[in-house]
Every structure is written in C-alpha cells, then in structure tokens.
Design a binder for this molecule. Structure first.
Ligand code: PAP
Length: 334
C-alpha cells in the first residue's frame, strides 16, 4: 500500500509519542521538508519522478546502475565508472576533464524531477546509447521492478561511514542555504538540529541511511554477480584495487583494465578533479536548482567527523544507525 506523508506529519506523530523527558529533542524542521514514500524519505516534489521510474523505466542489456546515498562517494564513483566504461575505450566521448561527473552520469530521479510539471518524461533515458550508466540515490525496493528482476544489468552500490556522511551533508546543505538555494531557509544550519534530523532519518534523500545501505548489502550477498558493494573508505585506502575489482565485476577486458586502471584512478582523484576549471566554476542541474560544481569537492577525506562529534553524538549515531549495519556485517573505517 502506497503511503505518502510529509516530514512535518511524521515529526508531529513522533512528538506525540515521545516521553516527557525526551520532548525537548524532537527534531524541528530541517532545511527542506522531505516527503515519505513507502518508507523512503525523498526530497520535496520527487514522488512523481519515483513513480515514473517505477512504472515506466525499461532496462536494457548491459545497463549499469550506480546507487549511493548523497555524500557517500557519488561524484567520485560516477567519474571512475564513466572513465572506465567510456573515456578509456574511445576518443569520441567527452571526458571528466571537460564536464562535471554529474553532467556525465544522470541521477535518474533528479533528471525526471520537475517541481512545476508532475508529468515526467521517461523517454530521456531511452534516447541514451548503450551501455547506459545511470545513477540513483534510492534503495533497492524503490528501483524500477524491471531493473530488480532483470539479470542482464549490473548495480554498483557505494556507501560511506555515516559520521563523515553527516558532516559532508551538513556542510553541503550549509552552502546551499548560504547561496539562497533553499527557499524559506536562511542563516547558519545548527549542527545539533541537523544531527538530530540525520539520526531520525529525516535528512537524507533516499534514506533512512541504514535501511538504504542494507538493501544493497543484502542484494550484493544474494546476487554478487549483479550487485557490487563498495565503500568510500575502501576507495580511499586502495582506489586502484577497487577499480580493478570494478573492471572484473563489469566484465571489462582484463587486459584493458590492467592497462587503464592507473590512468582512471589518477584522472578521477580528488586532486585532479577539484583543480579542473569545469569543477571550480560551473554548475549542475542549471534548470532545476543550479548547484556549484565546486561544492561536490570539499575535503575528500576520511575521519573529519572527529572534529565535530561529542561522545553523545557517537553514542547516538551508533545506536540509531551503525549498530544495524554492524549486526549484518558492515563495518566501516572511521
Ligand atoms: P553527492 O551525492 O551530492 O553527489 P557525493 O559525491 O556523494 O555527493 O559526496 C561528496 C563528497 O565526496 C565530498 O566529501 P566531503 O564533504 O567530506 O569533502 C567530496 O569532497 C568527496 N569527493 C568528491 N570527489 C571526490 C574524489 N574524487 N575523491 C575523494 N573524495 C571526493
């Protein structure tokens, strides 16, 4: 059964439930108000896009889907996969040196999203040449059913430790607010408020965090030839090894992988991408929200959370998110 309700409604329900001593910690509205669709939090006005994807998207043999929550390594993995698949085997393709990875690899629900027109034109994807490389922030259960059942496509899932994800998201949202891109919200975003929203699951498009990550983790264990699970921390520790593993998983020629892997890693490194003019000056999704490309390249490190987290925050994020992941065998490097 479809259930659609707003963050405010859920917050109000939660407020009614909390015990007296907890009443002060009910999360107030945080930057944008997310909608809930079948247990998934999605950005405002994204539901028509989600429905269009679920009802109308048709997979093709050879399709590659990248799945990642916001701030967990999307830009990096888009660049790596794009360069592996297209740029190193043909001279006709635009490269990551010329366009921001988000302009090269579409995030499906963002491409379909149109706040003023609920009719989503799914045909934009059928016009793309094969093999298509497409991205989503949504969990497995929200993927188009045909993608879930189709055996001749691959899914790469990337995730990141939730502590650094939170810091990255908080900083990113701060930039959007600073630039006036979040209607009705101004000033600094209070970290405690943001953290409360993150732990409660309200903050992240495609969340809650643990449930999204677990959906791909479980699928990768059930069907390792179709779903590969990767973390931002693994990419940081051994990007070359990850690229080689990705190459094998995607069925690239071992010879090509061996020959190109180092170049792919170098072209897509934080140092290379963040210095490019296109990433210092341009904007993505110009006709929708228009985010500076530079905001997708900030620190690019593991462990920044240590600058911000109190022992109470560590306890809470463990209790509300990390424990669920640990129990199923997902352990991050912090
Ligand atoms: P998105 O979902 O909005 O596209 P995403 O790319 O998943 O964001 O995450 C951005 C993070 O990846 C940023 O982390 P930070 O805020 O902690 O710094 C960004 O700096 C980092 N990042 C982007 N590109 C790279 C890269 N090539 N190597 C390492 N980290 C990167």
């Amino acid at each position: 059964m479809e259930s659609i309700h707003s963050q405010q409604q859920v917050e109000a329900e939660r407020a009614a439930e909390v015990s007296t001593e907890m009443k002060d910690s009910v999360p107030p509205r945080y930057t944008v108000s997310f909608d809930k669709y079948e247990d998934i939090w999605v950005g405002p006005s994204f539901i028509p896009a989600l429905k269009a994807l679920q009802n109308e998207f048709e997979p093709r043999p050879g399709d590659i889907f990248l799945a990642s929550l916001p701030k967990t390594g999307t830009t990096w993995t888009k660049a790596l996969l794009y360069t592996m698949i297209y740029a190193s085997c043909s001279n006709n393709h635009v490269t990551v040196a010329e366009k921001n990875p988000h302009a090269l690899v579409p995030t499906m629900e963002v491409e379909l999203f149109n706040s003023s027109n609920p009719h989503c034109d799914i045909s934009i994807f059928s016009k793309l040449p094969s093999p298509r490389l497409l991205h989503t922030h949504l969990p497995v259960q929200a993927l188009p059913p045909l993608v879930r059942s189709f055996s001749d496509c691959k899914i790469v899932s990337v995730t990141r430790n939730p502590r650094d994800t939170f810091v990255s998201l908080w900083k990113f949202n701060g930039k959007l607010v600073e630039e006036g891109l979040v209607p009705g919200v101004s000033g600094e975003i209070n970290m405690e408020t943001a953290f409360d929203a993150f732990c409660s699951g309200f903050l992240i498009h495609g969340g809650p965090f643990a449930e999204n990550v677990l959906s791909y983790w479980r699928e990768s264990r059930r069907n390792p030839n179709k779903v590969m699970f990767l973390t931002y921390e693994e990419l940081q520790a051994d990007c070359l090894g990850c690229v080689k593993r990705l190459g094998i998983f995607l069925g690239c020629s071992p010879h090509l992988v061996q020959e190109n892997a180092e170049g792919v890693v170098e072209k897509c490194s934080f140092g290379s991408l963040s210095k490019l003019d296109v990433n210092r000056t341009g904007r993505v999704w110009e006709n929708k929200i228009g985010i500076s490309n530079a905001h997708f390249f900030r620190e690019g490190k593991v462990g920044e959370w240590k600058k911000y987290f109190t022992p109470q925050m560590e306890k809470r994020i463990y209790r509300e998110i990390e424990q669920k992941l640990n129990e199923e065998g997902i352990h991050f490097t912090y």
